[in-house]
Design a binder for this molecule. Structure first.
Ligand SMILES: [Ca+2]
Ligand SMILES: [Ca+2]
Length: 299
């Protein structure tokens, strides 16, 4: 009997030790999984855009200068994706042809992309940050963030609260042509784009880069010229967007919704939000990542 009494504290002590080790082991396992997730690049949103629709509302023609040969492909977005990796987001834009006629260090100087992000229906703006694209955004989806992708170290992030003359945030922001020769990758620190990326909607506008054009868009007129697109109007109500990220058949009606006679610009709609394919486990890991970062734990 005395032996049994003597053994009880030992059993209790062993059980407590096993419990402590199990809790610690589980915590270490979860932290390890969170680190692994944080360090792996993962896609948040991806969407293809039709090939051969670098014609705005369906009528635009390339300028006539030989720099635009073969008069197609330069501004034909075919794939857009957003991924998260450690403390950055990567925005990838795939084109069949990327040239660098002005020798920018980014590896491209012909194409321009403007990405507007909407994440809250109740705040933001429905006009473009500066005049140039000649469109209005869907009033149900005003934008909060704007990433302007241009060459010569001018790629920057703007917030809807910025005033028109603001320089934009470019700390840690990079735009580079990738080794595949057709993908532009824009890297933005997460701290410049706060909020939940699984709620984001995107307006992705592709134009031709013109240092002297309105908001750096090359303009579209009625008739194509050496440095100007044709197939639009000579007013400022036709969009200067050559390709818009949209499902098949949608771009033509959206960009064609302007009415120059009534002075009404086109109203365009965003794509997204991404369908979250995250499991409860992955959501929990994201919370652990935030917690570890707050605790200044190196991950
Ligand atoms: Ca396209
Ligand atoms: Ca398109």
């Amino acid at each position: 009997m005395g032996g049994v009494r003597h053994r009880i504290p030992v059993i209790v002590g062993t059980a407590a030790l096993i419990l402590i080790l199990t809790v610690l082991g589980t915590a270490a396992f979860i932290a390890g999984q969170a680190k692994e997730r944080f360090n792996r690049e993962r896609v948040i949103f991806a969407m293809a855009d039709p090939a051969g629709d670098d014609y705005g509302p369906g009528t635009y023609e390339y300028p006539t200068d030989s720099i635009f040969d073969p008069k197609k492909e330069h501004f034909d977005l075919q794939e857009f994706s957003v991924s998260a990796h450690r403390n950055i987001y990567n925005f990838d834009l795939a084109f069949p042809r990327v040239t660098n006629p002005w020798g920018a260090s980014e590896g491209f100087s012909h194409t321009m992309v403007q990405i507007y992000i909407s994440d809250d229906p109740d705040r933001g703006r429905i006009e473009t940050f500066r005049e140039g694209a000649n469109v209005i955004f869907d009033p149900r989806h005003p934008w909060q963030y704007f990433i302007k992708v241009v060459s010569f170290n001018k790629t920057a992030v703007y917030h809807a609260s910025d005033y028109d003359g603001a320089d934009g945030r470019d700390s840690g922001v990079k735009a580079r042509l990738q080794p595949d020769g057709g993908t532009l990758r824009v890297t933005v620190p997460k701290e410049l784009l706060p909020g939940d990326p699984y709620k984001w909607r995107y307006y992705v506008l592709v134009g031709s880069q013109d240092g002297l054009g309105p908001d750096n868009f090359r303009k579209v007129n009625t008739t194509a010229g050496r440095w100007v697109f044709g197939g639009g109007t000579d007013s400022d109500y036709d969009p200067n967007i050559i390709d818009l990220l949209a499902p098949p058949g949608k771009q033509e009606s959206l960009l064609g919704s302007y009415d120059a006679a009534r002075r009404q610009p086109a109203v365009i709609e965003p794509v997204g939000p991404p369908e979250s394919s995250m499991t409860g486990w992955e959501k929990m890991l994201d919370k652990v990542i935030v917690f570890l970062q707050k605790m200044k734990v190196k991950i």
